[in-house]
Every structure is written in structure tokens, then in C-alpha cells.
Design a binder for this molecule. Structure first.
Ligand code: NAP
Length: 415
């Protein structure tokens, strides 16, 4: 057998495992995941009201159920096992750890209460076990910095009413926080012009379909160019103004220069392209300006990714997904990339008579690390689906201890 360990079970790791299974008939693949549950960005990054996008998890689930695949959830490389140990046990190791760190703007006030990175905010509304609720209340105005699809996701979740979020997997705590804010305005602010925005037109159009909110282009005269995004913005700007409790404003050519406030956010300061300074009052600011890869044990990223040549980091060490190329592309981008890397690995990896998963098993048992296997994940999944109730598609378990309990017993311990 050729033993391969993939560190990270998000879309990049899962697509790669799938491709390796197809291309290498004698491959045995183990996915090591620091959380007790698989699927990474699918579960904790994709918007909770975009369940169609999350449905790719079903394909990944089938892959995890295959004989030649094992899931090792709740096993963190760097905490439970060293990267060097994993490399000594497997013929090849792949870093598929994504980009879990929020990039920072590096401007004054970034640590004020009410300023949060999109990674942290999205993780919170998606029920990530390591996330924290926003420490603000009374949000009348929210500023979303960035003109990418994450900015649209964040603005949409803030702007939607409770009825519009029904059917998602948002928790009662999250919908409770969202619906208790006296929200009037969400500003989506880009440092460049509308023609340079990185939104995709389809995601942008969706903002025109919301019930509680209406989009508003602050300077419709400034909509120059004819990119698909500019065309959608023109349509949104031309639409008859309808009364709605929340307005989603598109502001362009404003570069953030400071977050203002004493201990909590009062306003965001911007410099316009004509040099003028502008303040937008806000109680919440979410920076949606991209992500960076975090270290994985002794593997240290440089410039936000693990340095690599076409996915190769070192002998028998590879990288894939956002950890390889940075935070760009959609979920299916990972499929294409996985095909390429799997092909390369097929040609380069030999059977080195290493122990693979049997060796990892032994090591984890010696260290008394309790891991979640595929059967444990199935128990979590079943418990979450059966607990969903009427208004949501899944009741996510968001505490690590609870996930571990349910993985081993199938039951949530009474509080
Ligand atoms: P993104 O598309 O790269 O957008 C990042 C935005 O942040 C850009 O508008 C960028 O402006 C801005 N920015 C960066 N540094 C800044 C600074 N110092 N000051 C002000 N603005 C700054 O990244 P993303 O929105 O995080 O999305 C990541 C990837 O996931 C993308 O490929 C995205 O399409 C994908 N995604 C897809 C979906 C979907 O398909 N539904 C949903 C979410 C995410 P500049 O252009 O000027 O650099």
C-alpha cells in the first residue's frame, strides 16, 4: 500500500482524497482533522443560507465511507502529533489546512470592540467550536470592508430577516443576536471602483431579492464600465425604491484609514480617492479582506501560504487548496487543483513500507488521544439532523466537548 496522510478535511483535502482514490488503486488515505467533524470551509465558511453549496458535503461523506479512507477527527498536528512523526509514518503527507487567519488592515483601532475579521465572524455564525459571539449590541449601522463574495455573504446574513433565514442551519443563539440588533444600514465599502469589485454577478444579484433589505448604490453616476458586476449594480440602482427597514449601501473608492471609538467602535474613517476624509458611523465593522494560512506544527507559511512548487513543499510533503495558492476561487476550483496534484503524486510517491494509519493509531493510543472516526462523525451528523426542528435544516453542535460526547455515544449529555 502507499500510505498518504492529508492534514485538513475541508474541500481541498476531500477533493484530493477523492482523486487519489481514483488514480492510485493501492492508496490508503487518512484525513487528520483538528476539529471533531469533517468538511472545514463547507461546514464553517460557506454561508448558512447557501445550503446548495454545502450539499457537496454529501459527495465528501461518501468518499470518507470508503474502505481505503480513514477519518481522524479531533487530531491536531502540532498538539497531538508532530508533523515530523506523521511524515515518518506515511509515504506522503499533504497540507490541506486552508487559510484560517484573518488578514489585518494594520490601521489604528483594529482591536476596538465591534471590529471583527470575516473569518471570525463567519465562523461564529456557522457554529465553529473555537469561535466567539460579537461583543457588541445595539448595532444600527454595520460597515463591511471589502468587495469580494465574503463581503456579500456577511452583508446578506446581517440584512436578512429571521423569516428569510429559516431553513438554514443558523443556531438559535445566532438568529437571536441578529434579530435583536436595531439594524438600519449595512455599508459594503470597496477601496477601488465598481468595475474592480471581485463580487460575482450571481451573488450580487441575490442582494436585490432580499425582503427585509434593499440595495442602494451611494453614487449611481459613478457606475462606469460594463463588467457583469457593474451591470448588476446598475440594475440594482435603477430598481424602483421600495420601503424596507434595512438599506444595503454600496460605497466605492473609500480606503479604510482608522476605526474610531474609545473602547468600542463609533465610526470607520476612510480616505476617498480625491483625498477627502470621510467617516461612516458604525457599531460593527467586519473586515472581509482575505485570509492567510496559519502554521501547521513546524511548517511555517510565508506570505500567507506554504511555499511550494506546483504543490510540492519538500520530498514527500505536498500542499493543496488555499494553503497552496491563497484564498481565491470557488469550491469547484479545488477539484481541478486536486486532479493536478493527485496526478503528480501518482508519479512521485512510492510504497516505502511505512505503517501509515496503523502507526498513527498506535501513537494516538499511547498518548491517550481520543479521536473521532467516521462512525463517530455519522453519529454527530445523525444527531444534528434529527435535532433540527421545524425552522432549520440542522441543529449544529458547536462545543467541542459536546461533539466528542455525541461522537462516542450518539447522545448529547443533559446539561
Ligand atoms: P476576495 O474576493 O479576494 O476579496 C477581498 C476584498 O478585500 C477585495 O475587494 C480587496 O480589494 C479587499 N481588500 C484587500 N485588502 C484591502 C485593504 N487593505 N483595504 C481595503 N480593502 C482591501 O476575497 P474574499 O471575499 O475573502 O473571498 C475569498 C474567495 O472565496 C474568493 O475567491 C471568493 O470568490 C470565494 N467565495 C465565493 C463565494 C461564492 O461563490 N458564493 C462565497 C464566499 C467566498 P482589492 O480588489 O482592491 O484588492
Amino acid at each position: 500500500m502507499r500510505h498518504i496522510a492529508i492534514i485538513g478535511s475541508g474541500p481541498a483535502g476531500c477533493y484530493l482524497a477523492d482523486q487519489l482514490l481514483r488514480l492510485i488503486p493501492d492508496a490508503s488515505i487518512d484525513l487528520l482533522e483538528k476539529l471533531p467533524v469533517p468538511f472545514g470551509l463547507i461546514r464553517y465558511g460557506v454561508a448558512p443560507d447557501h445550503q446548495n453549496t454545502k450539499s457537496v458535503a454529501r459527495v465528501f461523506d461518501r468518499m470518507l465511507s470508503r474502505d481505503r479512507v480513514s477519518f481522524f477527527g479531533n487530531v491536531e498536528v502540532g498538539r497531538d502529533v508532530r508533523l515530523e512523526e506523521v511524515r515518518s509514518l506515511y509515504d506522503a503527507v499533504v497540507l490541506a489546512t486552508g487559510a484560517a487567519g484573518d488578514r489585518r488592515l494594520g490601521i489604528p483601532g483594529e482591536d476596538l470592540r465591534g471590529v471583527v475579521g470575516s473569518g471570525a465572524f463567519v465562523a461564529w455564525y456557522n457554529g465553529h467550536p473555537h469561535s466567539e459571539a460579537p461583543v457588541v449590541d445595539g448595532v444600527r449601522s454595520a460597515v463591511v470592508i471589502g468587495n469580494g463574495n465574503v463581503a456579500l455573504d456577511v452583508a446578506r446574513i446581517l440584512a436578512k430577516g429571521a423569516d428569510e433565514l429559516a431553513g438554514s442551519d443558523l443556531s438559535a443563539e445566532v438568529t437571536g443576536w441578529l434579530s435583536s440588533q436595531p439594524l438600519e444600514t449595512v455599508h459594503i465599502v470597496g477601496r477601488r471602483g465598481p468595475a474592480d469589485a471581485k463580487f460575482t454577478d450571481h451573488e450580487l444579484e441575490e442582494l436585490g431579492t432580499l425582503q427585509r433589505a434593499r440595495p442602494l448604490v451611494t453614487d449611481p453616476e459613478g457606475l462606469s464600465g460594463d463588467t457583469p458586476v457593474v451591470k448588476v449594480l446598475r440594475t440594482l440602482a435603477d430598481a424602483a425604491i421600495r420601503p424596507a427597514p434595512v438599506s444595503v449601501n454600496f460605497d466605492f473608492h473609500l480606503a479604510p484609514t482608522a476605526f474610531l471609538g474609545d473602547d468600542k467602535l463609533r465610526a470607520v474613517q476612510f480616505r476617498s480617492h480625491d483625498g477627502t476624509v470621510q467617516e461612516i458611523p458604525a457599531q460593527l465593522a467586519v473586515t472581509c479582506i482575505g485570509y492567510e494560512t496559519l502554521p501547521c506544527c513546524t511548517a511555517a507559511p510565508a506570505n500567507g501560504i506554504f511555499a511550494n512548487r506546483d504543490g510540492k513543499v519538500d520530498e514527500r510533503l505536498y500542499v493543496v487548496g488555499w494553503a497552496k495558492r491563497g484564498p481565491s476561487g470557488t469550491i469547484p476550483t479545488n477539484r481541478v487543483e486536486a486532479q493536478q496534484l493527485a496526478q503528480k503524486m501518482t508519479e512521485e510517491i512510492d510504497d516505502g513500507q511505512r505503517p501509515g494509519g496503523a502507526g498513527l493509531h498506535k501513537l494516538l493510543e499511547q498518548r491517550r488521544v481520543s479521536w473521532v472516526d467516521y462512525a463517530g462523525w455519522r453519529r454527530i451528523d445523525a444527531a444534528e439532523l434529527s435535532g433540527a426542528g421545524a425552522n432549520r435544516c440542522r441543529k449544529k453542535i458547536s462545543r467541542t466537548d459536546d461533539l466528542l460526547d455525541v461522537a462516542s455515544t450518539g447522545q448529547l449529555k443533559p446539561a
